[in-house]
Design a protein around this ligand. Structure first.
Ligand code: KMH
Ligand code: ZN
Length: 276
């Protein structure tokens, strides 16, 4: 089995320090968490931005400073989210201009709990094309089975380049549930050489993550995906969640993939990993 690529999702688009005081709340705290999680085995650092006042933001200057701050403290691969629910698509698209090594690409519009997650096809395809121009590797977020067909359509149109890097996001109200049978069907439909992980939101986070690892997938954890270690037990930090996940992987004799291996496997743009 390939070594799993571990991603630490540090912040997310919803939770704040009021929900869990361990959440990083500004650029410096995000960089510090990135370093700690990298040292614990996470090769990829998935980031939703926070400004210096702790606000969620899609400010390109904050994006540039954040990518730079993470690169300064560790060689972890920066993956910026373009998925902020509260920003316009234009603001979200512009974030790739900060030239992270990776950024998310959400292929379809959907209901997202109480919110609408708008990913209009025309602009989403412009974003995919711009990512190819810049050499930013998309992390394609699949929340439902039809999103996989959209991804295959983008590949057919030349708007995605193989190898694909896919997250199956399960458990969002409005998307697919965290069902291992759905996951095994999705994995079967992937083009050869696709790298994938199962992300599960909320209560099913740990079982679905573990099933994904056991099936040969990558894995993600962090305070974007869960604020608790167990029912009623808040997670203290992103580091604690990454250490737990790395422990689960190692208990299955799966050593996390190191950054150079991830660069090679995902064909990442070397200059964007090390800083242009
Ligand atoms: N927040 C997760 C449900 C993104 O950042 O673009 C999915 C996610 C998407 O991580
Ligand atoms: Zn995210």
């Amino acid at each position: 089995m390939p070594r799993p690529i571990i991603t630490a999702a540090l912040t997310g688009p919803v939770a704040t320090k009021a929900d869990n005081a361990g959440l990083p709340g500004n650029v410096a705290e995000i960089a510090a968490d990135a370093k700690a999680c990298y040292e614990a085995g996470a090769a990829v650092i998935h980031i939703h931005l926070r400004d210096d006042q702790g606000n969620m933001t899609a400010d390109l200057n904050v994006a540039r400073r954040t990518v730079e701050a993470v690169r300064e403290v560790c060689p972890g691969i920066t993956q910026l989210s373009t998925g902020g629910l509260q920003f316009t698509y234009e603001q979200r698209m512009a974030l790739v201009e900060a030239k992270p090594a990776m950024a998310t690409l959400n292929p379809c519009t959907m209901t997202f709990g109480e919110a609408e997650f708008k990913n209009p096809p025309k602009q989403m395809m412009q974003l995919a094309a711009r990512m190819i121009e810049l050499g930013v590797k998309p992390e394609i977020e699949i929340y439902d089975t039809g999103h996989l067909d959209m991804m295959l359509y983008l590949l057919h149109k030349g708007l995605l380049v193989e190898p694909l890097q896919v997250s199956f996001v399960m458990g969002v109200r409005g998307g697919m549930r965290g069902d291992p049978q759905i996951l095994s069907w999705l994995v079967k439909e992937l083009p050869a050489d696709t790298s994938w992980q199962a992300i599960a939101v909320g209560r099913i986070n740990l079982p679905v993550t573990t099933i994904g690892l056991a099936m040969g997938g990558n894995a993600r954890t962090g305070m974007e995906d869960t604020l608790t270690l167990d029912k009623g037990v808040p997670a203290e930090s992103n580091l604690q969640l990454v250490e737990r996940l790395v422990g689960i992987a190692r208990s299955m004799q799966l050593e996390p993939a190191a950054v150079p291996e991830v660069i090679e496997r995902l064909k990442l743009h070397p200059e964007l990993v090390n800083g242009a």
